[in-house]
Design a protein around this ligand. Structure first.
Ligand code: PLP
Length: 389
């Protein structure tokens, strides 16, 4: 048997194409989950599929004791696109954040002589399930049962600059944040807060780490969400959409930070594997197309505006919010019945905490799909109201 670590939907997934998912019995859904912000280009994107197939016939894996030209190529695309200088490849979001935490600690010790480096994170954040990243995560539920946890983390309220300043004593090595909290309820950070926080970190030589595991790879309407916020982080982490379903993660950092990690400091057997790199190269080519990013902004605005319009004044709806194609509907009650009803009507959506319905459609979503999803969701929320009356 499998460990019962997931509360699974009653769907036995069999096949995917674009924004559509089929089960073993041939039933079909409009998939606004994208494998949890992974299949950003839709399921089985033909050019990514072709790139991976070609790579499978050429070279699957060599260790990182060899030069891997594809890694260098993907790294140069990422550094050119991000303005950052160095890339470390791994296999998941948690690993990318773990690498960022290790980098921040080592940089603090070596460059600022901080013996017990501290990393400041935010309430409601999610950074992964390894021991360090769950400690960094600002949600108690992910930590329960796993003590003793590593030291060196402090969590402050999301958006509270004064609280950051109070926490930023002489041990402060880094601030780590999501610009739009995903698992924590689709909460976009206030742009003024982000700008001031970035300035404060620079003044104090505290590393500004932006976790773009969910917001990156076009999800918010630019390749990275930090572009939409107009800030320049010192470290950025990626995973999910980078391989469109092939596991791959990355930590990118300012060029001068590259020398903090020397041979033996950090490693990953599978990190930057040729198959993963072939997928990432093809994905980056597609996502950087201006028409695709334009589609994210246009359809994202349509989805947000249309949901707000349809759900306006509904007693069960507290707020509709989001950025690009990362949208949340916060309810005054449990989200599960809405998610279930939408699924029965042919639309797959996600929870983000107990009361938020989260929408993560693929970036190739069309106007018709957006309108269909809004219709199903309005009906699903309406049914909640009827049931509750
Ligand atoms: C913002 C953020 N960081 C990190 C992670 C962890 O990524 P992974 O599950 O690939 O380890 C997630 C996963 O949902 C995430 O949303």
């Amino acid at each position: 048997m499998l460990f019962p670590t997931y509360q699974r939907y009653d769907i036995r997934a069999a096949r995917g194409e674009g924004a559509w998912l089929w089960d073993e019995a041939g039933r079909c859904w409009l998939d606004f989950t994208s494998g949890l912000a992974v299949c950003n280009l839709g399921h089985c994107h033909p050019r990514v599929t072709e790139a991976v197939q070609r790579q499978l016939e050429t070279l699957w894996h060599v260790s990182n004791l060899f030069h891997i030209p594809l890694q260098e190529e993907v790294a140069s695309v990422l550094t050119e696109a991000s303005g950052l200088g160095a890339v470390f490849f791994c296999n998941s979001g948690a690993e990318a954040n773990e690498a960022a935490i290790k980098l921040a600690r080592k940089a603090a010790r070596e460059r600022r002589e901080i013996e017990r480096p501290k990393i400041i994170t935010f309430e409601g954040s999610f950074h992964g399930r390894t021991l360090a990243t769950l400690t960094a995560t600002g949600q108690e539920k992910v930590k329960k049962g796993f003590a003793p946890l590593p030291e060196g983390f402090v969590t402050v309220p999301f958006g509270d600059l004064e609280a950051v300043k109070r926490a930023a004593d002489d041990h402060a090595a880094a601030v780590m944040m999501e610009l739009v909290q995903g698992e924590g309820g689709v909460r976009p950070a206030d742009p003024a807060f982000v700008a001031e926080l970035s300035r404060f970190c620079k003044e104090r030589e505290i590393l500004f780490i932006v976790d773009e595991v969910q917001t990156g790879m076009g999800r918010t309407g630019s390749l990275f969400a930090f572009e939409r916020y107009g800030v320049t982080p010192d470290v950025v982490t990626l995973a999910k959409g980078l391989g469109n379903g092939i596991p791959v993660g990355a930590m990118m950092a300012r060029p001068d930070l590259a020398l903090v990690f020397g041979p033996g400091s950090h490693a990953s057997t599978f990190g930057g594997n040729p198959v993963a790199m072939a997928a990432a190269r093809a994905v980056l080519r597609e996502i950087r197309r201006p028409e695709l990013l334009e589609n994210v902004r246009v359809q994202g605005e349509r989805l947000l505006a249309s949901l707000r319009d349809h759900l306006k004044g509904h007693p069960s709806v507290k707020e509709v919010r989001g950025l690009g194609l990362m949208v949340g509907i916060e309810l005054a009650e449990e989200a599960a019945p809405v998610i279930r009803r939408a699924r029965e009507r042919g639309l797959l959506v996600l929870p983000a905490g107990p009361r938020v319905v989260r929408l993560l459609p693929p970036l190739i979503v069309t106007e018709e799909m957006v309108d269909r999803a809004v219709e199903i969701l309005s009906d699903s929320v309406e049914a909640l109201g009827v049931a509750g009356r």
